[in-house]
Design a protein around this ligand. Structure first.
Ligand SMILES: [Zn+2]
Length: 311
């Protein structure tokens, strides 16, 4: 089986405090099952439940320590990547790659100095907000206020670009998206968002936003969460493909990939319930899009986008 690249999962946080590890567990994703896809890249996001916002930095540090110890324990299966070269090397050797992301800038507690420390600790991507307003910007559920980036948020983006950290606009309000688009000097991405034209949910991107992601040579990762895929009770791979076709049409076949959201979602498509089901989905992708385009969607586009972003 070929490897793939996934721009978002919440597995590390979901495992925290459960007594199970990354190697083998009963969740959507573990390293033994991911090993069936050699050379794959998995982005691990550290998501914070809003109840932890008053202790955001401390709680994120606990997650980060757990994540690092899990990677150390499983270094025979997966290696952390900090640069594009690390990623290419792992792919070439058929080894799994892990890239660390923060989901929501709450953990910075309003200090760009904290961002620099996170970079030193290996963080290479950050979703600016979760669903609500924070020090950086407004999240999608506060979208009606029309708020975008704050002055601090702008400083954060400048610093992220300077460091070579991926700016992730998933969960960000529409106004925030355009603020990022207007000030960004480097490509940015939406790690786990779908097309609003196919499924009208505020977490999804408009056609105009997808056009901008194409224009700036960015990336958008297909989210598997049924509520973001289609307006139906049960969602299947068929519906994921409908999303993919639209994303490709608007963002271009060089800027689309996966952002599964595994272990961050309580329901999944009925025929894509966990990592091992990716085998069938990848085969389906190849039949639908042809070998060359399928390879881009499967792995090459996210890899290339990180090549444009990381330093
Ligand atoms: Zn998310």
């Amino acid at each position: 089986m070929k490897g793939y690249a996934d721009a978002h999962c919440d597995t590390a946080v979901k495992l925290f405090g459960r007594g199970e590890g990354l190697r083998r567990n009963g969740l959507h994703l573990d390293l033994e099952r991911l090993s069936a896809f050699p050379g794959s890249l998995q982005v691990f996001a550290l998501w914070l439940d809003p109840k932890y916002y008053p202790i955001a930095l401390r709680q994120t540090m606990k997650y980060l320590t757990f994540y690092k110890s899990e990677l150390e324990r499983n270094k025979d299966l997966i290696r952390p990547v900090y640069t594009y070269e690390d990623l290419l090397k792992n792919q070439k050797e058929g080894r799994l790659s892990a890239l660390l992301s923060l989901e929501g800038g709450e953990a910075l507690e309003g200090e760009t100095a904290v961002l620099e420390v996170f970079y030193e600790l290996g963080v290479r991507m950050m979703t600016l907000t979760w669903n609500y307003r924070n020090q950086i910007a407004d999240g999608v559920l506060d979208g009606e206020t029309g708020g975008g980036l704050t002055p601090f948020g702008k400083r954060v983006i400048r610093k992220m670009e300077e460091l070579g950290m991926a700016v992730d606009v998933s969960h960000l309000s529409d106004a925030g998206f355009y603020d990022v688009a207007n000030m960004a000097k480097r490509p940015f991405l939406a790690s786990h968002s779908n097309a609003r034209a196919v499924c009208p949910h505020p977490r999804n991107l408009t056609d105009d936003q997808l056009r901008i992601l194409k224009e700036i040579d960015g990336f958008v990762g297909l989210n598997f969460y049924p509520r973001f895929v289609a307006e139906k009770e049960t969602v299947t791979q068929e519906d994921l493909l409908r999303q993919l076709y639209h994303l490709v049409e608007k963002a271009g076949e060089d800027h689309v990939g996966f952002g599964s959201d595994f272990d961050g979602i309580d329901t999944t498509p009925s025929d894509l319930r966990q990592v091992e089901d990716m085998a069938g989905f990848l085969a389906r992708l190849e039949r639908e899009f042809g070998r060359e385009t399928a390879a881009k969607l499967r792995q090459e586009n996210l890899t290339a986008a990180l090549g444009r972003i990381l330093k």
